[in-house]
Design a protein around this ligand. Structure first.
Ligand code: ACO
Length: 335
């Protein structure tokens, strides 16, 4: 008898956005920009902002609770938490143990993964490795970022782009041929291009700076744009080839929501019809590690993701980092 492969199977989904809405019009009252410029260049109309009373851990806990509930009230608790974030509550320690403690999960394996906007894909791969290696049977994977805390409030080049939020999934050990089974994965990086998107100060290299702008994100927008579309398309092709899927098989493409034009040109590079794109950037902006699970949750809620559909996930972020994976969408409750 053929031995079945242990795979990580998506079985719960939840997402959470902070209540404070920041519209393009409000940004335009403070900075030299306009609703028309922001919408036409990025596809963003509004984003959510975590006020000072709300942290990354708070948002991760809120999304995590919803994902655990969606995985089933009588389901066994998870035995690991992987938190994708570039904005942990403290520089040290990691935030995942605090998320696990706040969720009452006990003394579980809990770790942060920082691959910025590709973080959720890297976290899915980390959790899949825990499951395949027999280290965990059930993992809560959260993508949460308070990315607006890294944005210079006076920089019209970055303020309109970023928002805050959290999304989470539960992965369980299962079979590779089940709906919801993740993989293969393609994950890549190019640290030689780290300075295209970087917060220069506050880390071990440049601990202090007299220029307050050094504590905020410095982004070379056009170069990032070019890299993002080509890299997401390349990684997508790799996983499609490995899985034996064609581009024509893909029902939904859930890409990192950085800019609607990046999503559209990635689809063009891949030869994917534009109506396969899942897009929610209009109301969220770029939420970094939260972006893919937030888009999943919106599409699930809107009936835009159906059980059995073939779904391609791809992301690109600072580092540089990028990657892709795929799954056949599972039947989910309460997401
Ligand atoms: N309002 C009005 N004008 C603006 C604004 C604004 N908010 N921002 C920039 N401009 C101006 C620029 O100053 C420039 O003016 P100039 O021609 O007089 O010099 C002009 O608009 C064009 O600027 P570009 O940077 O060339 O504009 P572009 O079309 O490339 O759009 C954008 C800029 C939206 C940032 C785009 O490059 C982009 O989305 N890049 C990718 C960014 C991204 O995805 N970052 C996140 C990656 S994921 C992560 O890990 C964080």
């Amino acid at each position: 008898m053929e031995e079945s492969v242990v795979a990580a199977v998506l079985c719960g989904l939840g997402a959470w956005l902070p209540p404070r809405v920041l519209t393009n019009e409000e940004i335009a009252t403070r900075l030299d920009t306009s609703d028309e410029w922001i919408r036409s260049r990025t596809g963003i109309a509004e984003r959510r902002v975590a006020g000072p009373e709300m942290s990354t851990v708070d948002m991760a806990v809120a999304a995590g609770e919803l994902a655990l509930a969606s995985a089933g009230a009588d389901a066994p608790a998870v035995d690991a938490v992987v938190l994708a974030t570039a904005t942990p509550d403290q520089v040290c320690p990691a935030s995942a143990p605090q998320v696990a403690a706040r969720l009452g999960l006990g003394e579980v394996n809990a770790v942060d993964v920082n691959a910025v906007c590709s973080g959720f894909l890297y976290a899915l791969a980390t959790a899949s490795g825990f499951i395949a290696g027999g280290i965990a049977r059930r993992v809560l994977v959260v993508g949460a970022d308070a990315f607006t805390t890294l944005v210079d409030p006076d920089d019209r080049g970055t303020v309109p782009i970023f928002g805050d939020g959290a999304g989470a999934v539960v992965l369980r050990a299962g079979d590779a041929d089940e709906l919801g089974a993740l993989g293969p994965f393609a994950l890549h990086s190019d640290g030689a291009l780290a300075d295209l998107l970087m917060v220069p100060a506050g880390g071990a290299k440049q601990r202090r700076s007299d220029d307050p702008r050094d504590y905020f994100l410095d982004m070379q927008g056009q170069a990032v744009f070019r890299q993002a579309s080509t890299r997401m398309a390349e990684a997508s092709r790799t996983v499609l080839d490995q899985a034996g899927w064609t581009v024509g098989d893909v029902d939904r493409f859930i890409g990192h929501q950085a800019n609607i034009r990046i999503l559209q040109s990635t689809a063009k590079y891949l030869g994917l019809p534009q109506d396969a794109l899942v897009v929610n950037i209009e109301r969220t902006g770029n939420t970094s590690a939260a972006s893919i699970p937030l888009a999943m949750a919106d599409a699930q809620r809107d009936g835009n993701l159906m059980a059995g559909q073939k779904v391609l996930l791809s992301a690109f972020g600072a580092g540089l980092t990028w990657g892709a994976t795929l799954l056949r969408w599972p039947a989910l409750v309460g997401a």
